[in-house]
Design a protein around this ligand. Structure first.
Ligand code: MGD
Ligand code: MGD
Ligand code: MO
Length: 770
């Protein structure tokens, strides 16, 4: 039977109630190995098997010893007691402080199944009980999602028309990829990916004669076998690099004035900035070379090649996950406007190829079943990555996208389907902020750091323990995800957990609409079947779908070309911006008066980078990119992730000269540190990394030497004890994880063992019970 995960579809064999084999989906040309981690993990020792409550919390009630979160043992409790405790606390906080004191933004990827999607479930539940403080945006696209509607259109609407690989193969000559197209990332797609086509497609492009330029600190971000030219720039300097390209194009008259006039708003003020007429600093290739450390001749020659060829520019999401992250995106679009190839089948801009495997697919943007979340009565969401700011500054003021906002006063946090101790930056700061709320409730499958840092932990089933539907926009298959095994331990579906809580809070009907999970699946499928018609898709009835195991959807009649319709007729297909055009200058953004984001793309020094004075103390730029062997923190305990660890720790990659200068060899364990924290990691050495750059993927489960203590050594290689927790700008307030300087030294002394995958200690209830 089939199941769907964010990293692929798998065929699961079960014998005598046990999973005996996980095979790849027969229609997948390039399956991801990550799935091999599943079988052992779902029944393994890291599972949360029964409801558990932190000892002091059980004994002392809400707010008891919050500094002991993560440090003290848990007590096993029955479901009835756990649910009564959680519901009682939700009621108390609602009554005493109001729903504005409940944070349930609950960011995270959850599972691929669309009904049992935990983040949707918790939002729906919270809306049914009067609302909650939500989040807007994502860690993935924090800066881009807020910027893009001002200058082109909604990010997802734009992605839905991303130019297909098949168009590039026919029409593209030069693909310039900022942040590149890492094969590791194309394994994954939110909501699932039944066919991994990106790596085969890149081979097809190479076969068709497309030339590749990889602008990235890492060589392996683009498969060298494709014949790639590597431009290893300093991290976070892409905007300067692109300004150097723009200056060359304008100075040499290689830009496209007709395109700029017809399709773009505000070229003139941008031109003045580029040419130095606005600030006395021409953004020449020489100027750029000093910042990005790529020779001026190389930059100028690339500009000429881009103008002479059918050129596609791709700007990876990673570029906007750094300080001033909106600038490389805005600048990439401005650069594509200068070249005038937007809307042609082989040229223009992609946002981006590579971050997830679905980009470039030749498929319809039909998303399939979606669980309705209801209406949130609380209207004060925070930008997703401002969680520590919020917890630390109740009533604090901040700017966001043209509005002055106020942080709420949070008393209770409910998380389901995300792991803040994976995803947030500056974890030592988060641990301090985490002490503020009186209660933290988590639904989790595994004893990961998110669960260990909670007060009440409710065990959730995995996708292998429930029926669901796997489906997402631009994936060509909808998958009948069938329950393969019985729930592990006492685990329950999130839906069941929230139904029981809703019942205790008098909102059962509102939450469940009297439907069982099985009835919901059918209902959501039927609803999606109606919606499918708008995409010229005719889906079979539910019974036929379930019996067949999947539905295959035909590709569109014409493979997509991003902004092709706009190019063909800009009058009839006005963009949803104030001018109806692509805004190289945005009067709306200019009207906000932000010093960190003016009305057109510009170069701002990041808070930390190799050109900053801080680089004398911390001379390595840390890239904490997405891991090749897992999804974020999911299945770090699995066999695929653990096979890649070095002496049990996450691998840190260094340039040979940086390693030699510090007396470090392959296989050593090092301490990586800055003023925010320190972690251990195992060393790999590679000349595929720019000198001055250290690479530590995200996702090693946070593993403190002294649990609960702020600033303690992290033993396992979680980069987020080091990363910067700062909004990208007042405009977008996105996450700045990729703006971080560190130093590395050989770790001396007795190596502490990794305990990240040990379940917490359990104790029996003491005599003093509330
Ligand atoms: N330094 C640094 N940090 C980063 C990034 C970076 O580039 N650098 N990238 C950021 C980005 S782009 C992202 S998207 C985030 C990702 O951050 P998250 O999405 O929070 O990371 P995951 O590890 O996927 O967390 C999902 C959690 O949901 C749980 N889960 C899965 N299925 C279910 C379910 O059915 N029910 C319940 N109750 N739980 C379930 C899993 O066990 C896991 O704990 O990380 C961000 N953090
Ligand atoms: N295997 C796997 N794939 C994933 C995920 C996962 O956890 N595992 N997570 C998924 C998620 S949630 C997301 S949001 C996407 C994220 O997609 P991206 O944000 O694009 O992914 P990253 O791996 O963070 O970064 C891509 C590459 O950008 C380069 N880079 C970093 N900083 C700079 C810079 O300043 N300039 C330039 N030019 N290059 C730079 C790095 O070398 C890095 O390898 O990935 C998705 N894909
Ligand atoms: Mo993401």
């Amino acid at each position: 039977m089939l199941t769907s995960t964010h990293w692929g579809v798998y065929d699961v064999t079960v014998e005598a109630g046990r999973i005996t084999r996980i095979a790849s989906f027969e229609r997948d040309p390039d399956p991801s190995p990550i799935g091999q981690s599943l079988a052992a993990a779902v029944t393994g020792p890291t599972r949360v098997r029964y409801p558990a409550v932190r000892k002091s919390y059980l004994e002392g009630g809400p707010g008891a010893a919050p500094e002991r979160r993560g440090a003290e043992p848990f007590v096993k409790v029955g479901w009835d007691e756990a649910l009564t405790l959680a519901a009682g606390e939700l009621k108390r906080v609602k009554t005493q402080f109001g729903n504005t004191s409940i944070f349930a933004g609950s960011y995270g990827w959850s599972s691929a199944g669309r009904f049992h999607h935990a983040q949707s479930q918790v939002h729906r539940f919270m809306n049914a009980i009067g609302g909650y403080v939500a989040h807007v945006g994502t860690y993935s696209l924090g800066a881009a999602r807020t910027l893009l509607p001002h200058i082109v259109m909604d990010m997802d609407a734009l992605r839905a028309q991303q130019t297909a690989w098949v168009q590039l193969e026919k029409h593209c000559q030069l693909l310039v990829a900022f942040g590149s197209i890492p094969g590791k990332n194309t394994q994954v797609n939110s909501g699932g990916i039944s066919q991994h086509e990106a790596r085969p497609a890149l081979k097809g492009l190479a076969g068709a004669g497309v030339r590749f330029v990889n602008v990235s600190p890492l060589r392996d971000d683009l498969d060298a076998a494709l014949g790639v030219e590597w431009m290893p720039l300093r991290p976070n300097t892409d905007t300067a690099f692109m300004l150097g390209l723009a200056h060359t194009l304008i100075a040499e008259g290689r830009h496209d004035p007709a395109f700029l006039e017809r399709y773009c708003e505000g070229f003139e003020p941008f031109r003045r900035y580029v040419m130095g007429e606005a600030d006395g600093v021409p953004k020449t290739a020489h100027w750029a070379a000093h910042i990005c450390d790529i020779p001026a001749d190389t930059i100028a020659a690339l500009a000429r090649r881009m103008a002479a060829n059918r050129t596609m520019i791709s700007v990876a999401w990673s570029l906007q996950r750094g300080d001033h992250g909106e600038q490389p995106y805005w600048m990439g679009i401005a650069l594509a406007c200068l070249l005038g190839q937007i809307g042609t089948p082989g040229g223009g801009i992609a946002l981006a190829y590579g971050p997830v495997g679905i980009e470039g697919a030749n498929a319809r943007p039909f998303s399939g079943p979606v669980l309705p979340q209801g209406q949130n009565a609380v209207k004060t969401p925070i930008p997703v990555a401002r969680i520590a700011d919020m917890l630390e500054n109740p009533g604090g003021r901040y700017e966001f996208n043209g509005r002055a906002c106020t942080y709420p006063d949070i008393r209770l946090i409910y998380w389901a389907g995300g792991n803040p101790f994976h995803h947030h930056q500056d974890l030592n700061r988060l641990i301090r902020a985490w002490r503020k709320p009186e209660t933290i409730i988590v639904n989790e499958q595994y004893w990961n750091p998110g669960a260990k840092m909670a007060d009440i932990v409710l065990p959730a089933t995995t996708m292998l323990e429930r029926d669901d539907i796997g489906s997402t926009s631009r994936d060509r298959f909808m998958i009948a995800m069938k329950r393969a095994i019985e729930p592990v331990g006492e685990a329950r579906d999130d839906y069941e957990i929230f139904s029981a809580l809703a019942e205790r809070l008098g909102a059962k009907e509102q939450f469940t609409e009297s439907r069982s999970a099985a009835v919901w699946l059918r209902h959501l499928y039927d609803e999606a079947r109606v919606r499918a018609r708008k995409f010229d898709l005719s889906l079979p009835g539910f019974e036929a779908f379930w019996a067949e195991g999947y539905v295959e959807m035909p590709p569109p009649d014409e493979p997509p070309v991003m902004l092709g319709a706009y190019r063909a007729d800009p009058g009839a297909n006005r963009l949803p911006t104030p001018s109806g055009k692509i805004e190289i200058f945005s009067s709306t953004i200019a009207s906000f008066g932000y010093d960190d984001c003016i009305g057109h793309p510009a170069w701002y020094e990041p808070a930390e980078w190799l050109g900053a004075p801080l680089a004398r103390r911390y001379p390595l730029h840390l890239i904490s990119h997405q891991p090749a062997t897992r999804l974020h923190s999911q299945y770090d305990q699995g066999s695929v992730s653990r096979a890649a660890k070095i002496r049990d720790r996450e691998a840190l990659t260094l340039h040979p000269q940086d390693a030699a200068a510090r007396g470090i060899k392959t296989g050593d364990v090092v301490r990586v540190f800055n003023d925010r924290g320190a972690c251990l990691a195992g060393v790999k050495i590679s000349d595929g990394v720019r000198q001055g750059v250290a690479v530590l993927p995200t996702g090693a489960w946070y593993d403190p030497l002294a649990p609960g203590e702020i600033g303690t050594l992290e033993k396992h290689g979680n980069p987020n004890v080091l990363t910067l927790d700062k909004g990208t700008s007042k405009l977008t307030q996105g996450c700045s994880a990729l703006t971080t300087l560190v130093e590395v030294e050989l770790f001396q002394g007795a190596l502490p063992s990794v305990t990240a995958f040990d379940a917490p200690q359990f104790v029996v209830r003491s005599a003093v019970v509330r």
